[in-house]
Design a protein around this ligand. Sequence first.
Ligand code: DSN
Length: 423
Amino acid sequence: MTVTTENVTTGDAEVDAILERELERQRTTLQLIASENFASPAVLAATGTVLTNKYAEGYPGRRYYGGNQVIDEIEALARQRLATLFGAEHANVQPHAGANANAAAYLALLDPGDTVLAMRLDQGGHLTHGSPVNFSGRLYRFVAYGVTPAAPDGSGERIDLDQVRDLALAERPKLIVAGATAYSRIIDPAPFRAIADEVGARFLFDAAHVAGLIVGGTHPNPVGSADVVTLTTHKTLRGPRGGAILCRSDLASTIDKAVFPGLQGGPLEHVIAAKAVAFGEAARPSFADYATQVVANARALADTLAGEGFRLVSGGTDNHLMLIDLRPFDPDLTGKVAQEALDRAGITCNRNAIPNDPRSPFVTSGLRLGSPALTTAGMAEGEMAHIGGLIARALGGRQDEAELGAVREEVGVLCAKFCPYPA
Ligand code: DSN
């Protein structure tokens, strides 16, 4: 099956015109947002099915509405496929998003006011890891650990496990959270488990970003170490937009109750069908090749950017993403300006705070770049090196519309050659 402009024809002219423009944008610009990917046509097809019509509060075999015999089969299949992929005892595939998965895990494991230890937001953590503007920071008492100071040889800016242990001993959290949205190194679950055991805490691993790398064997699997693992299905795992939770069977009923009725109402069974399709795709041997290529591509892009005069936070990457410090390239260049200039050149990414960033989170001194989507499109190390050069050209020539236009043209040629959804 291929996705063509016909597939997105709804018959509503206003909506179709917008859908067509977004398809065109995805076809003709480079997608380097680390949390994005191109879902397969089969995954897209599953999200557009009649399963959207059905209310199915509850779980397979225990629904509150009639008519769920068929729906039960799809959800049971998705749960079984996900549990098998990760070697987990129990899977809940109903969370609508990674944020919901974390909310449900907190609801299951904590009482309001409980202390939680998680990664600092401005050093790579997520909003749901205790931001004061998020429910997590308002309902629970979050204490944050960070990364070690930057070192000239690139050995710094790693999760400071000594600090994690010191804070855990001092604060006695009920829960320790590992996982990040902007951290380019492997997060080893084992030391977190040991610290959690030492202080009698539960351990949650937020695998939102690295879920696909875990399945593909390029990141350690936290199942077995963590009490609960939350994840998203649309990032490196390359499925539909959504979340999921894995846990041991002794926590299964607590987790399930926290998702429904604790947090959500009717599950999105059309999305759950698409999750099942994506989990089936991820179980194929070719998915391990994909994960390996994602990491190789990130490394190739990082190496090129380092050669162009950017500083890689932590000196490089072990996973699908990198954080680049723009200041050595140009002290006046902010993340905001860089993101906007790259947008004009057809290169899509997001500005991101770097550890100890002197600029505000809205402006920043950094960019976050990731390889999952372009790897899905078929690009390899050679294209990554080319793109690294284009990024440097666009940022160096950001005030020169002709130069941005020339980069945009080269981007167009690359996108035409590596198109995830050929016309
Ligand atoms: N928005 C996601 C990301 O870009 O990492 C996290 O929720």
